[in-house]
Design a protein around this ligand. Structure first.
Ligand SMILES: [Zn+2]
Length: 324
């Protein structure tokens, strides 16, 4: 009898592990209904690694009457397979559109999985993003993710977005309305922030990151990233109060200050430190200990150690440029 129960529970465990999207010690990942017809799978709040298999972003799904619309389907082909299985648990409706928020591969390399199953699916991104990924951004990100995760098998050839969109463009898919906003620089020079009007949700992409840090690459601007977040917070430039805010990495939240302030304040402290150093003829590393003290609340965020000094240097060089 005991043996039979053991066998039954072993079989159950086995079948559960077949069904769930599990990442070792990091646990199970699934889509949660976060607002009306909006679902988000909040990825691990970490830099890419072997442990997270290159899955760290927040793929999102909007369910319309006749299909599913996906925002940022994930970072590689192998992880994309698991994410697609989880999407199919929301509904068996077909995927009818995809949006990519910016050029970083951890957000869009899994376009490939969706295109494989739905060859006609339109994939939207900023026109300039499409140019950039075709030029060299896809290869650059392939290199980064391959080196850190070793999990890029099947990801090439890349599935680039197919439909170019511009700032302030509205895209309607099966009765669901999406309004795009683009700023020349921010997290990158290819970002779109997506407002889903039906559910009153704002997808901020990587202009907002919580609980972890990432690099500010050569196309980004800390000063401009701060401006974007302040526009959202102050409801300027067409932004309003939303029922839900979804960042590119980290938890979603319905309260604007709770979601925006942590990253915004971090960037402001870093920028103020860089400014102080510049005005006092100091190098950015000389002010680092003082800034580190002011950033106590962020010491536990993933990759703080490796990134803070680089962010300070980046902010310093932006101030230098402005004063040149
Ligand atoms: Zn990014």
């Amino acid at each position: 009898m005991k043996k039979a129960i053991f066998l039954a529970s072993a079989v159950m465990l086995f079948s559960l592990s077949l069904n769930a999207f599990t990442l070792g010690k990091l646990g199970d990942f699934k889509f949660e209904k976060v607002n009306q017809n909006v679902y988000v799978m909040h990825g691990p709040e970490k830099e890419p690694s072997k442990e997270n298999e290159g899955f760290m972003n927040n793929p999102a799904v909007i369910e319309s009457q006749n299909g599913l619309i996906v925002i940022d389907p994930g970072g590689n082909y192998k992880v994309g397979k698991k994410i697609l299985l989880e999407i199919e648990k929301i509904s068996k409706k077909p995927i009818i559109a995809v949006f990519n928020t910016h050029k970083h591969g951890d957000h869009w390399f899994a376009n490939k999985n969706i295109k494989e199953k739905y060859p006609e699916v339109p994939i939207y991104a900023l026109t300039y993003m499409i140019e950039q990924v075709k030029d060299n951004a896809a290869e650059t990100w392939y290199g980064i993710l391959d080196r850190l995760t070793g999990n890029l098998e099947g990801t090439k050839p890349f599935t680039f977005p197919s439909q170019g969109i511009e700032n302030k463009q509205t895209v309607v898919v099966d009765g669901q309305t999406f309004i795009m906003r683009h700023y020349a620089k921010g997290h990158t020079d290819t970002d779109i922030l997506i407002e889903h009007t039906n559910s009153n949700t704002l997808f901020i992409g990587d202009n907002l990151i919580t609980n972890r840090f990432g690099a500010f690459d050569e196309s980004s601007s800390i000063i401009e990233n701060i401006k974007v977040l302040e526009k959202i917070k102050n409801q300027e430039d067409g932004f309003k109060k939303y029922a839900l805010y979804v960042p590119g990495h980290g938890p979603s939240n319905s309260e604007i200050s709770k979601i925006i302030d942590p990253f915004l304040n971090y960037l402001k402290i870093v920028l103020a430190g860089a400014k102080k150093a510049y005005e006092n003829d100091m190098a950015s590393y000389e002010i680092k200990p003082e800034v580190h003290e002011q950033l106590k609340a962020y010491h536990s965020w993933d990759a703080y150690e490796g990134q803070m000094g680089k962010h300070l240097m980046k902010a310093y060089s932006e101030i230098e440029m402005l004063n040149f």
